[in-house]
Design a protein around this ligand. Structure first.
Ligand code: SF4
Length: 64
């Protein structure tokens, strides 16, 4: 699974980083970014929780 953050939608609330800091990070621009290329199996549950919890639906799955 691969995820990306749509920076046009992200409001920098930090929720994704709080839920899954191994995958999401707030960058210098104040917006979130995905810091891993491929989401490892052990992080998928947290990553999906973060995706579903994003208040602006800014986290998108990238089709392989
Ligand atoms: S939860 Fe959504 S809006 Fe909040 S920082 Fe993460 S991607 Fe941005």
């Amino acid at each position: 699974m691969k995820l990306k953050v749509n920076k046009d939608l992200c409001i920098g609330c930090g929720a994704c980083q709080a839920v899954c800091p191994d995958v999401f990070e707030i960058e210098d621009d104040g917006l979130a970014n995905v810091i891993v290329e491929e989401i490892k199996d052990e992080l998928k549950e947290d990553a999906i929780d973060a995706k579903e919890g994003c208040p602006t639906n800014a986290i998108e799955e990238i089709e392989n």
